[in-house]
Design a protein around this ligand. Structure first.
Ligand SMILES: Cc1ncc(COP(=O)(O)O)c(C=O)c1O
Length: 460
């Protein structure tokens, strides 16, 4: 007897279409690692609306610790002064504070926020090219460290220091001309002698206590040797400071360390770059080895201060948003329109944020993928989150995830045309609302309409 099996007709399952060009492979291949927090995206959006920012506390803490570990070295005492402007959601700042971070602030608004969250004055580094007289008085009076940026500020700091009971705690921010896009706007130029003139003035004033030398050399710096140059320059500066009788013990290298985000090709190294594993360690080695060799200049083991922004907060946040429409453009290009665009993700001008379907039918990954332009809701052609994102077929109402939007998206988001969405933190006990959704009333809360302009029917 023949053992006949039941006939099953053959099935053809299309595999994802993968275009191996330098632009498309990365859109498919990056393991974002943000989705291992268990939460129901559909349920969250049903409760808090779309779009919706979702912050992973687990990922934020893990990235903070990884960063601190990478820069921990027996030669130095390492401190992370989190760059508050990168993401000043109070919950985010409170989480990094609970990990032991100091706060790096660049305005009175950020200073007040940091103090209200419990950062002590000694845990605040005050940077930036514009600090008002009142802000300087408060910070210096409370004992925060102010990194002096220019001679006009040094004038003000000297005047305020003359009124204080204790010497004012200051640092000197310097700039060097190096790299393709040198950050020369900030601090005293170390190339034209201004840094030396500032040191000499500080050395003559017993009301000033120079505690820190500071340089911030750029942002998303892909070439770690830039920090080697910065370290050499700061060590040379420390030598000159010591010769003048000054004794700074802290060296601050600012921020600029890259995250695991993906740069647009025009900002990336030729051929693209990937950051995997322990990618901050080469930066740490350049800095720590040089400071270790120069420790006598600092009267012993120096304090290394780092001000990371995107390195710590980029990857912990995703934006859930909805497909509003699908289109075909110029016969050749597919497009989707989402309810979130560059108003919420301004970083799309230099990042290729990973875009993926957040939830959907089983088997979605077997659908044919194709390059799609991803547009936002604004009335501007330039409101495009991605060119040629490789996506499965999307339908109106589908939920989409934009990854790695934790840095500079909340703080630089716009109320242009659209209100801003809610933000939910996925904490150890599940989702918690940390910013409620804006209403049109929130946007216009500060406006006044003179009574003579109130016409019939006006209820503003
Ligand atoms: C002085 C200073 N510190 C820290 C940062 C944070 O930079 P990033 O987000 O690139 O780490 C910046 C950003 O511009 C900065 O200007």
């Amino acid at each position: 007897m023949l053992d006949l099996k039941t006939y099953a007709p053959p099935r053809i399952t299309p595999l994802p279409f993968i275009a191996y060009t330098k632009h498309f492979t990365r859109a498919i291949g990056v393991a974002a690692g943000e989705s291992d927090d268990a939460f129901d995206a559909d349920a969250l959006v049903a409760e808090y609306g779309s779009p919706l920012f979702v912050v992973s506390e687990r990922r934020l803490r893990a990235d903070f610790r990884r960063f601190l570990d990478a820069f921990s070295d027996p030669n130095v005492d390492t401190r992370v002064a989190y760059s508050v402007k990168t993401n000043y959601l109070p919950a985010v700042c409170a989480i990094v504070r609970s990990e032991g971070a100091w706060a790096e602030v660049v305005s009175g608004m950020e200073y007040d926020l940091a103090r209200s969250l419990g950062f002590g004055p000694h845990e605040i580094v005050f940077n930036g090219p514009h600090k008002t007289r009142a802000e300087l008085e408060r910070a210096l009076g409370e004992g925060a460290l102010v990194n002096v940026d220019h001679f006009a500020e040094l004038d003000a700091v000297e005047q305020i220091a003359a009124t204080l009971a204790r010497p004012a705690r200051i640092g000197l921010r310097v700039s060097f001309h190096f790299g393709a896009m040198p950050w020369t706007k900030f601090g005293f130029s170390d190339d034209n002698g201004d840094s030396q003139r500032a040191l000499e003035r500080i050395a003559r004033n017993p009301r000033l206590r120079l505690e820190m030398l500071h340089n911030h050399c750029g942002t998303f710096v892909l070439v770690h040797s830039l920090y080697a140059t910065a370290a050499d320059r700061l060590v040379a500066l420390a030598k000159r400071a010591r010769a003048l009788g000054l004794a700074p013990r802290m060296v601050d290298f600012g921020g600029g360390y890259p995250s695991s985000n993906v740069l647009r090709p025009e900002y990336d190294l030729a051929g693209g770059s990937l950051r995997e594993g322990d990618f901050w360690s080469p930066y740490a080695r350049e800095i720590c080895s040089r400071l270790g060799k120069a420790k006598d200049l600092f009267g012993g083991r120096p304090t290394l201060v780092l001000e990371p922004g995107r390195a710590v907060v980029d990857a912990c946040t995703q934006l859930l948003c909805s497909v509003v429409a699908t289109k075909s453009i110029d016969r050749s290009e597919d497009a989707v329109i989402l309810d979130a665009g560059v108003n919420l993700v301004p970083t799309a001008c230099y990042y290729d944020h990973r875009v993926s379907r957040a939830a959907g039918s089983a088997g979605a990954s077997y659908q044919r993928h194709r390059p799609v332009s991803v547009f936002g809701p604004l009335c501007m052609q330039s409101d495009r989150l991605r060119e040629s994102a490789t996506l499965p077929a999307l339908r109106t109402g589908d939920l989409v995830r934009i990854s790695h939007v934790g840095a500079y998206c909340h703080t630089m988001s716009m109320q242009f045309i659209q209100t801003r969405p809610a933000t939910v933190l996925i904490g150890p006990e599940g989702p918690e609302l940390i910013r409620r959704r804006e209403t049109w009333r929130d946007v216009f809360r500060l406006d006044e309409l003179p009574s003579r302009l109130r016409g019939d029917g006006c209820s503003f």
